[in-house]
Write a protein that binds this ligand. Structure first.
Ligand code: OSB
Ligand code: MG
Length: 389
């Protein structure tokens, strides 16, 4: 068996072969419930993966699927099933010379389940980074040592409540304030935030599919509020109607839900469905697709930024590493641990500087943070071990 210390290790080091995946579900209560147009979450059910290769090198990753299928069709329970039955069996015991080769294997005659695939694919990149002694961000092609951070504010009771939260966010140093909107909590809310924070405050809105083209006049009222962008106003899987809407709006449309692959990003550009892309590696099947979308957008003058799914510190590590790539030119939804949790599952916890930057851990190989295994075990409500030992 090869080990990290063998001669010829340059070659053996680069081969990735996972022997065992420990899949756990933990439950982490959010400090406050997070409401988007399609639902509310108070306690995050999170699947964590611990991948181990034949040499005992381990890597952690997170599956970002939510409890209910209100963001996309996946849920933690469908992902659990998909990982167990189909994703893990495809990669366990199989050798990959390059982490970029993993995603095509997961896609072959296997439709959808991108969050389940992403959890495993990203974990394998983490193992590859650990093996190579390289920070994950570097392995992905990242260049930035720190990333601008934005906050995503859930739908509030009243414009006044939103203003209070938005003011506090700016005072903390956030470089972007994203306001969740829906019919009945849109123009008046965003206008109140604009009024309170001033003309130059970096504001945007995210509708999570709450509108149809029949609402175009209403959405056009947002144009006068000087938003950086409006995220995914129309259906979760639409591109064509967004193109029609974008022609009506001055504000750039940013797509989130609709961009599930490089092909959908190409379609967005071909159709003019939007001018900015929110990349969430979980949504697109992992790092390989994220990098492909990033590169394509870069060549087509489409700025990208890294979105979030209320991840624990494990998923955040993956997002921060990805967001260090050069075309992530707008602030990411990469809030520090304390924004979400009483206590995170990693050490050190994720923090943000007073000027709204999150540091990329380039001084350590792999994820760049340690998983607090005792805490994870304490929070675990189910666990299964896939593969041998
Ligand atoms: O649309 O970006 C979204 C959270 C859950 C589901 C969808 C979205 C979000 C967020 C949270 O906006 C961003 C974060 O993790 O801070
Ligand atoms: Mg969104």
């Amino acid at each position: 068996m090869s080990s990290l210390l063998d001669s010829g290790s340059l070659l053996t080091r680069s081969v990735i072969r996972i022997e065992r995946i420990t899949l756990r579900e933990i439950r982490l209560p959010l400090r406050e419930p997070f409401r988007i147009s399609s639902g509310v979450v108070a306690e995050r059910r999170i699947a964590l993966l611990e991948l181990r290769d034949a040499d005992g090198v381990t890597g952690w990753s997170e599956c970002v699927a939510m409890e209910h299928p209100n963001y996309n069709p996946e849920t933690i329970d469908t992902a659990w099933h998909a990982i167990t039955e189909w994703v893990a069996p495809r990669v366990l015991g199989r050798s990959f010379g390059d982490p970029r080769d993993i995603f095509p294997v997961l896609e072959h005659d296997f439709r959808g389940h991108l969050m389940a695939k992403a959890a495993v694919e990203m974990g394998m990149w983490v193992v590859a980074a650990e093996r190579a002694g390289t920070p994950l961000g570097r392995l992905l092609g990242g260049t930035r040592p720190e990333i601008e951070t934005g906050i995503s504010l859930g739908i509030q009771r009243s414009p006044g409540a939103l203003v209070e939260k938005a003011r506090a966010a700016v005072a903390l140093g956030y470089r972007k304030v994203k306001i969740k909107i829906q019919p009945g909590a849109d123009v008046a809310y965003v206008a109140a935030a604009r009024e309170a924070l001033g003309a130059s405050a970096p504001l945007m809105a995210d509708a999570n599919n709450a509108y149809t083209l029949a609402d175009a006049d209403r959405l056009a009222e947002l144009d006068r509020l000087g938003l950086m962008m409006i995220e995914q106003p129309l259906a979760w899987d639409d591109l064509l109607q967004h193109a029609t809407l974008q022609q009506r709006l001055e504000t750039p449309i940013c797509l989130d839900e609709s961009i599930t692959s490089l092909d959908r990003a190409r379609d967005m550009v071909a159709l003019g469905s939007g001018r900015i892309v929110n990349i969430k590696p979980g949504r697109v099947g992992g790092f390989h697709q994220s990098i492909a979308i990033h590169d394509f957008c870069s060549q087509n003058d489409i700025p990208v930024w890294c979105g979030g799914m209320l991840e624990s510190g494990v998923g955040r590590a993956c997002n921060v590493a990805l967001a260090s790539l050069p075309n992530f030119t707008k602030p990411g939804d990469l809030s520090p641990s304390a924004r979400y949790w009483e206590r995170d599952v990693v050490t050190p916890e994720w923090t943000m500087s007073a000027d709204g930057m999150v540091r990329v851990p380039l001084d350590r190989p792999g994820l760049g943070v340690d998983v607090d295994l005792d805490r994870v075990e304490n929070l675990t409500v189910r666990k299964t071990v896939l593969g041998g030992d």
